[in-house]
Design a protein around this ligand. Structure first.
Ligand code: FAD
Length: 347
């Protein structure tokens, strides 16, 4: 069988949490026609799509073929239309676009992972989300066996969400319908750009840079801030933020504020409903989890939102700690923490 001929058996899988994860087999997708060739065999065959594994919790053996994204190539027009294959690394793309004299991606510097995973959860940092720049994307549709195109609106981007995270569109965790192959973003010519330094820490950090501030300066400031705050997965296994910041009604927020006057709250200005966002890290820290350890599974001592693998934690231990945090936060604040990474297998 073609699939068998191409696949590596019992393949170890890349994952930033450092779990000893394996799939039944894996295939490197480094050409578009590989997708076309394997599609008939994958029709009813369990499969998963992986980029760099920086936003997945591979907590048990994956009884599926892992499609590892290795699609490469990027280009930019003189007017700033950037097109990039989905297997490129996101941070390298950000730095390359700045070197070419274009701005827009600087606030998203140093986010690990591949370009193709960026639309899946609409990556965001320091007041910017991918949806602010993405114009369209291309994806291989395993159902129709052809390339299809999605506009920004069709992706239905929201906070750490898109249609590619929704089972109603993308299917179950082990039968994803769309493999994102390419994204297109509209950037600005750097000399004419308006920089976004409104985000609190960034605004402060950028003050020490000589005027006029450039997009490259913003990227450097973001990199320094991120390196100070977030543990490097190469040193200690983690997937960045383990939980989304909860979005709750303003009424519930008001009630919580009476009980906990120092709870930070951020109004969602673009929300039609009466909603606001509260920081999951604050809730977790208040429950005493910062720096906590359950065997080799732990909560980072510098950032309560980051669950870490101190060495030999297995998937079960990571899940048990995540559930303990969720239950404690619900018990104390009545707020449910929704995980940000994708669990494979789904739970
Ligand atoms: C230290 C650290 C900091 C982080 N900081 C941020 C941050 O500031 N903001 C933020 O938003 N995220 C952040 N993340 C999360 C992560 O970097 C992003 O979600 C990133 O886009 C994941 O890329 P990946 O290639 O590793 O995806 P993977 O983990 O390999 O996959 C994630 C999901 O996307 C799916 N997927 C991957 N590629 C494709 C494709 N081509 N087509 C269809 N589906 C696909 C996978 O099936 C899986 O469901 C951070 C992670 C770490 C470890």
């Amino acid at each position: 069988m073609e699939l068998t001929a191409r696949a590596t058996r019992n393949a170890p899988l890349p994952n930033a949490l450092g779990l000893a994860a394996r799939a039944t087999d894996s295939i490197l997708i480094d050409r578009l026609d590989t997708l076309a060739q394997i599609t008939p065999e994958l029709a009813d065959h369990p499969r998963v799509i992986l980029g760099s594994g920086t936003n997945v919790v591979l907590h048990a053996p994956i009884k599926a073929t892992a499609l590892i994204n290795g699609l490469k190539g990027k280009s930019i027009t003189p007017t700033g239309e950037l097109t990039c294959a989905s297997g490129e690394l996101w941070h390298e793309l950000v730095m390359w676009s700045l070197d070419q004299g274009f701005s827009g991606l600087e606030n998203l510097a140093l986010i690990p992972g591949t370009v193709g995973a960026a639309p899946v959860q609409n990556i965001g940092a320091y007041g910017v989300e991918l949806k602010d720049l993405l114009v369209r994307l291309a994806a291989w549709d395993f159902h129709q066996a052809q390339l299809v195109s999605f506009t920004r609106d069709q992706c239905q981007f929201a906070y750490r969400d898109s249609i590619f995270k929704q089972a109603s569109v993308q299917g179950p965790w082990n039968k994803p319908r769309y493999f994102i192959t390419e994204i297109t973003c509209q950037l600005s010519v750097s000399s004419e750009a308006t920089l976004n330094t409104r985000y609190a820490d960034l605004g402060e950090a950028i003050k020490s840079y000589p005027q006029p501030i450039t997009a490259q300066d913003v990227a450097q400031a973001v990199i320094c801030l991120r390196q100070k705050k977030l543990p490097d997965p190469q040193q200690i296994g983690n997937v960045g933020s383990f939980f989304k910041n909860p979005i709750i009604s303003r009424l519930q927020a008001k009630h919580l504020k009476l009980l906990h006057p120092d709870l930070p709250q951020y109004d969602l200005t673009d929300s039609k409903e009466d909603l606001c966002k509260i920081p999951a890290a604050w809730l977790i820290e208040r429950c005493g989890f910062k720096g906590a350890r359950r065997g080799d599974a732990g909560v980072h001592d510098g950032h309560a939102l980051v669950i870490v693998n101190h060495g030999d934690a297995n998937g079960r231990e990571i899940l048990a700690l995540a559930q303990e945090i969720q239950q404690t936060v619900v018990g104390k604040f009545g707020v449910f923490l929704e995980p940000e990474p994708i669990f494979m297998p789904a739970i």
